[in-house]
Unconditional design. Structure first.
Length: 266
C-alpha cells in the first residue's frame, strides 16, 4: 500500500460563491464554518476530549483548492475557530486575511473584469463602440460626447482630456454637417487614435453620425470579474496574518490517497 501524499498542485482559483453562515454571526461566501474535532472524526466517542487539535478541511467545488486548517492548541478551545472566505463583490480586490478573536476572514483577490464601453451613433452600420484599454471599474469614469463642428470645412476630430472624450463632427463648405466625412468608420478611426481607448464601427460602418449626442458615461467596467485566489496564495495570506498564526498550528492541502496511476502534482 502506497503512502498518502499532499496534492501540491493548488492551482485552481477558489470560485465557489455559495452564501452560508457559520452560526457565529459572520455571513460569508464559501466555507464559513467552525472547526469540529468530533464532526471530522478526530475524536472517537469515549476518547479523552482535548487530546487532539481541532481541524477544518474545506470542501470546495473543483480540484486542488482545498486546505486543512489545524488549531494550535489541543482540546475544545479549537472548536471556536472559524474560517470564512469572502467574495469581495468588486473587481481588482486584493487578497487579505484578517483575524478577530477566533474568526479568520479571508477576502479573496479578484481580477479587473471587463473593460468599460460606450456607444455613439446608431444602427447596424452606424454605431461606434469605444472601449477603455485598461479593464476594470476605473474605466466607468470615462465619458464621451459628440458635438457638431461650427463653421465651414471643420474637420472630423476627437480629443481625450483626462478620460473625457469629445468628438467634433465635420462640416462642409456651407457649414452643414458632411455625411461623407462623418461615417461610423471614420469616427471610430479618430477615436481609436486617442490614448487609453480603442474604437470600432458596427457592420459596414458606412452610416454617418448626423447629430450631436449628450455626454454619457462609460459602463460595464469591472463586470464579470473572476476570483484569482488559489489555495496556495490563500495559505500564504493566512500564514502572514499574525493573529491567525497565533491560533493555527498548520495549514496544508488535504492528504490524497495514491493510486496505481498516480500523478505527481508537486
Amino acid at each position: 500500500m502506497q503512502s498518502p501524499k499532499f496534492d501540491k498542485a493548488q492551482s485552481i482559483p477558489i470560485t465557489d460563491k455559495t452564501a452560508t453562515a457559520n452560526g457565529t454571526g459572520i455571513d460569508t461566501y464559501v466555507q464559513s464554518r467552525p472547526f469540529y474535532d468530533r464532526a471530522l472524526g478526530l475524536v472517537e466517542i469515549g476518547a479523552i476530549v482535548g487530546s487532539v487539535q481541532s481541524a477544518l478541511t474545506t470542501a470546495l467545488a473543483g480540484a486542488n483548492n482545498d486546505l486543512v486548517f489545524t488549531a494550535i492548541d489541543a482540546g475544545d478551545a479549537g472548536d471556536l475557530i472559524t474560517v470564512a472566505y469572502i467574495d469581495p463583490g468588486v473587481d481588482g480586490a486584493t487578497l487579505a486575511s484578517t483575524t478577530t478573536g477566533t474568526d479568520i476572514v479571508v477576502d479573496l483577490g479578484t481580477d479587473a473584469g471587463d473593460s468599460a464601453t460606450a456607444d455613439v451613433g446608431a444602427g447596424d452600420d452606424g454605431t461606434v463602440t469605444t472601449t477603455v484599454t485598461a479593464a476594470g471599474s476605473a474605466g466607468n469614469a470615462f465619458t464621451i460626447e459628440v458635438v457638431e463642428g461650427v463653421g465651414n470645412d471643420i474637420p472630423l476630430s476627437a480629443v481625450n482630456t483626462a478620460g473625457a472624450i469629445v468628438v467634433t463632427l465635420a462640416t462642409g463648405g456651407a457649414g452643414a454637417l458632411d455625411a461623407a466625412a462623418n461615417t461610423a468608420t471614420l469616427v471610430a478611426g479618430v477615436i481609436d487614435a486617442l490614448a487609453d481607448v480603442t474604437a470600432a464601427a458596427s457592420g459596414t460602418g458606412a452610416t454617418a453620425l448626423s447629430a450631436a449626442e449628450a455626454e454619457q458615461a462609460f459602463t460595464g467596467g469591472g463586470a464579470n470579474y473572476a476570483i484569482t485566489t488559489t489555495a496556495t496564495l490563500l495559505k500564504a495570506a493566512v500564514e502572514a496574518d499574525t493573529d491567525a498564526a497565533a491560533i493555527l498550528w498548520n495549514i496544508e492541502p488535504p492528504y490524497q490517497t495514491d493510486t496505481a496511476s498516480e500523478t505527481d502534482n508537486s
